[in-house]
Design a protein around this ligand. Structure first.
Ligand code: NAP
Ligand code: G4F
Length: 341
């Protein structure tokens, strides 16, 4: 019988790539969707026709128990979150509830449905759990590159909420013997990335300028450095973690770091444009507290899981710019809220 996977965050970037990956591996894939008339759900119905949908919300414990009871998953991937860092300052409580407490609710749904207690523990064959932890937890980094042992110093309400979910996942593993793991993923991008994140903001900005629809691109801090990889590579790591022999946490990243300035240079260069003619820096787009430098040490994932990234930074940027040029030339444009930092 096919293995069953339940994904929260199915309407997001990672949900789409992970669903495709698991369908390709022969899984029956279920996606948790929320809301009454969520426009992103109809997109999932069109693009991911083989994914079955079940209603639920990370804010609602009962709905998660019902979803787990209905699907009886072998694997749960908790990708749902308020994932945009600037929003976490504006809606800190909601971020804590969805990104932090949502992890507790999903773990509890699995525990209750599997009849796991501290004294009885977990039997073989029970649901495995993946938590989407984040390199934002490293925040003001204590060492570079960052490993599974680097201490956390989160710099945003989002990073704090992720740290709670991370430690809770570890605690359920230790308390109940659950197969519960966290992937500490560094930034990963793709043509499906939300338009509010810097890589997509830049690739869409370049495409608009190249096609004569815009004259400038306003950005915040150009000096921040990130370890940017391709989302399609990163979802393979999630699956490898959940099918490994032992439940362990892993850092997933490329091991290379680039500044936002280098990103901008590469993206405008991919369209044959000189970035300095178009980019305007706006101090209003800076964050209350910045994460200056992220760079992964993915040695453990390489040696224990055999995981390797396959797409370089330069190819990723070119892929996103080319995709947005095609999208806009074909009449599409996701639009952008220019007030977000
Ligand atoms: P994304 O595109 O922003 O997707 C977020 C997903 O969360 C959406 O499907 C959204 O569904 C769902 N969601 C929001 N509120 C929810 C709620 N109350 N109940 C259930 N689902 C809810 O994020 P992503 O880039 O795919 O990232 C996936 C996960 O990895 C997130 O947890 C993110 O924090 C984490 N992460 C991402 C990166 C990265 O670089 N991409 C790096 C490290 C960690 P709606 O459509 O219903 O809003
Ligand atoms: O693309 P970003 O918004 O991503 P950020 O904050 O690093 O968070 C992403 O990666 C995390 C993993 O480390 C995930 F957990 C999280 O869910 C999300 O996927 O910003 C990247 C950098 C920041 O330093 C920001 O200050 O780009 C800088 N930046 C400069 N100008 C900008 C802009 N970011 C955005 N979004 N918009 C700008 O105009």
């Amino acid at each position: 019988m096919a293995k069953r996977a339940l994904l929260t965050g199915i309407t997001g970037q990672d949900g789409s790539y992970l669903a495709e990956h698991l369908l390709g591996a022969g899984y029956e894939v279920w996606g948790l969707v929320r809301g009454q008339a969520n426009p992103r759900v109809s997109r999932v119905r069109t693009l991911l026709q083989d994914v079955r949908l079940v209603r639920g919300d990370l804010l609602d414990q009962g709905s998660l128990i019902s979803a787990v009871e209905k699907v009886q998953p072998d694997e749960v991937y908790n990708l749902g979150a308020i994932s945009f860092v600037p929003m976490s300052w504006e809606q800190a409580e909601l971020t804590a509830e969805v990104t932090g407490m949502g992890v507790l609710r999903m773990l509890e749904a699995i525990r209750v449905c599997s009849g796991i207690t501290a004294s009885r523990g977990t039997a073989a064959g029970q649901t495995r759990f993946y938590q989407a932890s984040s390199s934002e937890m490293f925040g003001q980094v204590r060492e570079t590159p960052q490993t599974e042992r680097t201490p956390f110093h989160p710099r945003s309400p989002y990073g704090v909420a992720k740290a709670y979910g991370h430690f809770l996942t570890q605690n359920y593993r230790e308390s109940y013997g659950m197969f519960a793991v966290s992937g500490i993923l560094f930034n990963h991008e793709s043509p499906r990335r939300g338009a509010e994140f810097v890589t997509r903001k830049v690739s869409l900005g370049v495409a608009r300028i190249k096609l004569g629809r815009s004259r400038e691109l306003r950005l915040g801090n150009l000096e921040a450095r990130r370890d940017w990889g391709f989302a399609g590579d990163f979802v393979r790591a999630m699956h490898l973690m959940l099918t490994a022999g032992e439940p362990e946490d892993y850092v997933i990243g490329t091991g290379r770091t680039h500044s936002v300035r280098e990103l901008v240079e590469a993206a405008f260069g991919a369209a044959g444009l000189d970035w300095e003619r178009y980019v305007v820096t706006d101090p209003g787009l800076h964050r209350p507290a910045e994460v200056d430098l992220l760079c992964a040490d993915p040695k453990k994932a390489r040696t224990q899981l055999g995981w390797e990234p396959t797409v370089s930074f330069e190819d990723l940027v070119a892929m996103m710019v080319e995709s947005d040029l095609r999208l806009l030339a074909g009449g599409g444009d996701p639009g952008q809220d220019s007030s977000w930092p």
